[in-house]
Ligand binder design. Structure first.
Ligand SMILES: C[S@@+](CC[C@H](N)C(=O)[O-])C[C@H]1O[C@@H](n2cnc3c(N)ncnc32)[C@H](O)[C@@H]1O
Length: 256
């Protein structure tokens, strides 16, 4: 990781963070946990800023002793007045950072052979859900997360939701799923009940948008449909919860 250097004044810092929100090559990390995971998973952090270096050190001692030296070297201190202008909702942990987005190729991610599943979110509407999905995908050992639709999965709010775990696996937006040789499995209320073997090796596991579910086009392409059993009267699970149940059914089943 390169040494952080603030060559310009604090107001330039405000401009830099604002510009980074629109820069497809960069991402904004809001909060200690986002920076912690970014560093653990090899992010190129360009700039890391706090308004309270001593509080940041205490967090590192408690939650990331492995990164203590790195954080001490990287964190630049600014006034609370400047810090509060670096993010629309400045994080309570008092840390924000800028990092380069890793280059990840769709073809490379989709290419066989591979055992771990890839999560596909069709047009997710909630950035918090995207973040929560990336987090559980990373934790469970999924190969990557793909999204379609208008949202940038690297939006700062999604990165906050993933606690920076976007750096642990490829996370990509695409217009449409290309033709693939991997099995495509759709999570849908009319499917076969989920069990540990329901997701075949290397599958792309598709989940629908929060309100309307999966599109007819995706369902027509799917090789199988899987349903997560629910008590009568419950309409559906939250999107990120459905992803978590599916990925962990496979993971825990494989471990049994
Ligand atoms: C909030 S749900 C969408 C609900 C939507 N009204 C529908 O009928 O599909 C978002 C996505 O989570 C997945 N999901 C949620 N609960 C599920 C369940 N019990 N079984 C299978 N998939 C589920 C589906 O992929 C769904 O498209």
């Amino acid at each position: 990781v390169q040494q952080a250097v603030i060559e310009s004044g604090p107001l330039d810092l405000v401009v830099r963070f604002r510009a980074a929100r629109l820069d497809p090559g960069l991402c904004v990390l809001e909060g200690f946990h986002a920076l912690k995971h970014a560093l653990r998973f090899g992010a190129t952090v360009e700039l890391a800023v706090t308004h309270d270096r001593r509080a940041a050190r205490r967090l590192a001692v408690d939650l990331a002793p492995d990164l203590l030296a790195l954080l001490a070297a990287r964190l630049e201190e600014v006034t609370m007045e400047i810090f509060s202008r670096l993010a629309p909702a400045p994080p309570a942990t008092g840390i924000v950072a800028l990092a380069r987005r890793p280059a990840a190729g769709l073809d490379q991610l989709l290419a066989p052979p591979a055992e771990a599943p890839i999560v596909l979110l069709e047009n997710p509407s909630d950035l918090g859900n995207i973040g929560a999905v990336v987090r559980v995908a990373a934790a469970s050992g999924a190969a990557g997360v793909l999204t379609t639709g208008r949202h940038d999965p690297w939006h700062p709010t999604a990165l906050r939701g993933s606690a920076g775990l976007h750096f642990a696996l490829p996370v990509l937006r695409m217009d449409e799923l290309p033709l693939v040789s991997r099995p495509l499995v759709a999570l849908h209320p009319d499917g076969q009940p989920l069990d540990a073997a329901a997701v075949p090796p290397g599958a792309i596991v598709a989940f629908g948008t929060e309100r309307a579910g999966l599109t007819a086009k995706l369902l027509a392409r799917a090789d199988a449909r899987i349903a997560i059993p629910m008590r009568r009267g419950v309409s559906s699970l939250n999107l990120a919860t459905a992803v978590a149940v599916t990925l962990y059914a496979r993971r825990l089943g494989a471990a049994a």
